[in-house]
Design a protein. Structure first.
Length: 372
């Protein structure tokens, strides 16, 4: 039987991303019971310590899939109504008319119209989500800042709305998922982190996935280099950073193997019921943080190439790191990849990010990993 994983092509694709300028990256691709793991480059540019495929990594907004699954579990138990207004649960956080108009579903699929709080938490991000127009000055200032989630939510709720509740396209906003974390806490009587750990992470059998308890990544990990479109040159290590600025919206630490294990369990119906998974795969148009309109479900979004099978999953970025995890609709083919540099594109005179060889090399890796 022919091996369906072209290991030589995958090795070459990972190496090409490193040669294109990525300090280090690591990935795992699965096809049925076949597994390929690969890595290229360094975890520390100062010492030359190499990356390996088993490193732990901040996975950013891939966390949203975990949070959405935990909410849907509580929907199944009757503790949360998917189409119930959030104001019935959290009237102090989303008061009056907005609380009556915004449902739990609208928070999960980003159609609530609630703005992103980040520009107010990080003062230098005033042009967010167009980060290319902003400077990175406040990143260092807030490395160890412990943000209060209720204060962050208040910033997002007080900001001008980015759309009408339920209107499309929705606008991707971390405010939505901080509210979902508060909803989980109210419904379960424990923190969202403990709820997600017990009901999602442990149920999936993940041994290297956890929420951080401080600014450091526990266990062996790579440094995370933030370039901010060439404004930080050389890129600065942000692997030590308090993740309370995103909490259960984007703070998980995991490995590529654990991410593949999680998405396999999710699509196999082992985390939420098949009816809940079907809800997660009902998509609406949403404007991403990069300004692109994508199809987005309940903590999941599809990735499709014309003429190829559909993959479901999520991507994520943090200061200095990025992650993508995807699984084919039939559950048999998977990719999880982590990179240790962010915002590598320089800007043209109009302030738009310029193409970079890393972009093409990553796209080529995604293609060979997902489609062969």
């Amino acid at each position: 039987m022919k091996n369906s994983l072209d290991r030589a092509a995958l090795d070459a694709a990972v190496e090409n991303v490193h040669r294109a300028g990525m300090p280090g990256l690591f990935a795992e691709v699965r096809d049925g019971d076949q597994v390929w793991r690969g890595a290229a480059g360094v975890a520390d540019v100062a010492t030359g310590r190499p990356v390996t495929a088993g490193l732990r990594h901040r996975v950013g907004s891939v966390t949203k899939t975990f949070t959405a699954a935990a909410v849907l579990q509580q929907v199944e138990r009757g503790r949360i109504g998917l189409d119930t207004p959030i104001g019935r649960y959290l009237p102090k956080l989303v008061p009056r008319e907005r609380g009556d108009a915004i449902t739990v579903r609208m928070l999960i699929d980003h159609t609530s119209g609630l703005a992103e709080y980040l520009p107010y938490a990080y003062p230098s991000l005033r042009a967010y989500p167009d980060l290319a127009k902003t400077g990175p000055q406040s990143l260092d200032d807030h490395r160890l800042t412990r943000f209060d989630p209720a204060e962050l939510i208040a910033m997002g709720v007080a900001a001008p709305a980015v759309g009408a509740p339920g209107g499309t396209p929705g606008v991707y906003s971390n405010t939505n998922y901080l509210l979902l974390a508060q909803l989980l806490e109210q419904a379960t009587g424990t923190t969202a982190e403990r709820c997600i750990t017990r009901n999602v992470i442990e149920r999936a059998g993940l041994r290297d996935t956890a929420f951080p308890t401080g600014p450091h990544v526990d266990g062996e990990h790579s440094r995370l280099y933030e370039a901010w479109f060439g404004m930080i040159d050389p890129p600065r290590d942000h692997s030590v950073h308090d993740m309370s600025w995103v909490g259960p919206s984007a703070s998980l630490v995991s490995t590529v193997a654990d991410l593949n294990r999680f998405f396999a369990a999710l699509l196999a119906g082992e985390i939420v019921a098949p009816s809940s998974l079907a809800q997660m795969q009902r998509t609406v148009p949403v404007v991403s943080q990069e300004g692109r309109t994508i199809d987005y479900g309940l903590g999941l979004h599809p990735m499709e190439d014309p003429g190829h099978d559909t993959f479901w999953g999520h991507g994520g970025t943090v200061w200095g790191g990025g992650t993508l995890a995807m699984i084919r609709a039939d559950g048999k083919r998977q990719l999880a990849v982590a990179v240790n540099l962010q915002r590598w594109n320089r800007l043209d005179p109009s302030g738009r990010p310029q193409p970079h060889p890393i972009d093409d090399a990553l796209a080529a890796l995604h293609r060979v990993a997902m489609y062969g």
